[in-house]
Design a protein around this ligand. Structure first.
Ligand code: FAD
Ligand code: UDP
Length: 368
């Protein structure tokens, strides 16, 4: 170990790994530390029974940016996986995202015109001019039947609150299509890194020192003495010892099982959209890599209330938490030798491509 580095990088997730890669390329010395016992942060995958298991939930890489697609392809080859989840509502199966296959199954309509008429008919009774709640937004978008069967239960389980209390923006990004196209994403580039995300991150940080099982905040003064500048990708409120209060998250529990069958559900992702099934979805990992292994591994995903000490997953970007974050951001701006980045450092729901773009942008600003 050197006595002093140009950068100490706190967090071996995508943000930290991309920043470290760029810093090394620019001739800087870096030390990466992570409190977990592995690299990769939430995109970490682990090989079990020859299957890449997504330990922190399903991760599908997709982007509309050619530049980001070319960037990640330096570190891994991607397969042709296309996300097409199935919704299971009390045993009835529907295609997602909402498209002609969904409308055909729901109402027996065959043409886009028939589907549009059906939605129009359904929303006539409940149309709201400027939808503010998720419920209003959903009914405006796809009508009451789809809202009741495919949105309400899933969303209330996911967020632990009734849809009429949730902000509309949560489902604004869900595509609605009048074509028979089950691709969940609109982005032109999509896939899963062959060999897993962990191998991809390993390649990003090749030749850079990493120390795992190491909590920066447990001995901050010591770690600060190791470098001129810090890249901090942990929770911003924890960095400031929760001075203004605790930022809220939604957490997840994962229940993973190895099954003695080669194919459990025939698809990588099946969402359970009724309110009664306690989990939101079941992931069958082998289908992400179009796998043919003799056995299979599934994970049931439960959305749970978060409290301090639990794993933070989804930031709750409501008004109260956004204001609290702004207060922390002001404190962060007064510490110019620290770069706060990533989904915890910026308290932001970032997809992988966006977090990579943000790290590249910051590295470019700092290193040139
Ligand atoms: P993280 O991966 O969380 O990395 C932060 C690291 O910092 C962690 O390893 C943590 O242990 C470490 N750390 C924190 N505090 C300390 C400390 N005090 N000391 C030392 N280390 C510390 N995006 C997509 O594009 N497609 C998807 O399909 C997708 N699916 C998702 C599914 C789920 C369930 C979730 C929660 C997210 C999903 N995402 C997806 C988003 C994706 O996970 C993020 O974009 C990405 O992981 C963010 O990387 P990061 O480096 O900012 O954070
Ligand atoms: N959603 C839904 N039914 C589904 C899938 C998604 O109602 O079967 C809604 C739900 O409100 C969810 C939002 O769409 O919070 C975004 O879902 P997505 O799967 O895009 O997000 P993820 O949770 O995987 O990041």
């Amino acid at each position: 170990m050197h006595t002093k580095y140009d950068f100490l990088i706190v967090g071996a997730g995508l943000y930290g790994a991309v920043f470290a890669h760029e810093a090394k390329k620019a001739g800087k010395t870096c030390l990466i530390i992570d409190k977990r016992n592995h690299i990769g942060g939430n995109v970490y995958t682990e090989k079990v029974e020859d299957i890449q298991v997504h330990r922190y939930g399903a991760h599908i890489f997709h982007t509309s940016s050619k530049e980001i697609w070319q960037y990640v392809n330096q570190f891994a080859e991607f397969n042709r996986y296309t996300n097409s989840p199935i919704a299971n509502y009390k045993g009835e199966l529907y295609n997602l995202p909402f498209n002609m296959n969904t409308f055909n199954k729901m109402w027996g309509v065959n043409t886009p015109q028939e589907a549009k008429q059906k939605i129009e008919q359904q929303r006539r009774d409940s149309y709201v001019e400027n939808p503010r709640t998720l419920e209003e937004q959903a009914i405006n978008l796809v009508g009451r039947d789809i809202y009741e069967k495919l949105i309400r239960g899933y969303t209330e389980k996911q967020w632990g609150r009734p849809c009429h209390e949730l902000p509309a923006f949560i489902i604004r990004r869900l595509p609605v299509r009048f074509t028979y196209d089950n691709n969940y994403f609109n982005d032109p580039y999509q896939g899963i890194p062959i060999g897993g995300y962990t191998a991809m991150v390993e390649k990003m940080i090749e030749g850079i020192e990493v120390q795992l099982d190491t909590d920066y905040l447990a001995d901050k003064a010591y770690w600060d003495s190791k470098a001129d500048r810090i890249v901090y990708t942990g929770p911003i409120d924890a960095y400031f010892d929760y001075t203004f209060g605790v930022l809220a998250y939604r957490s997840l529990n994962f229940d993973t099982e190895l099954l003695d069958t080669d194919n459990y559900q025939g698809n990588a992702v099946v969402n359970y959209t009724d309110l009664e099934t306690p989990y939101t979805r079941i992931i069958e990992h082998k289908h992400f890599e179009l796998g043919t292994q003799p056995r299979t591994i599934i994970t049931r995903e439960y959305s749970v209330e978060w409290k301090l000490g639990d794993e933070p997953y989804y930031p709750i970007n409501d008004e109260q938490n956004s204001k609290l974050y702004d207060q922390y951001k002001q404190l962060a701006e007064a510490e110019p030798h620290v770069i706060f980045g990533g989904r915890l450092g910026e308290y932001k729901y970032y997809d992988m491509d966006k977090v990579i773009a943000a790290a590249l942008q910051r590295a470019h600003e700092v290193l040139t």
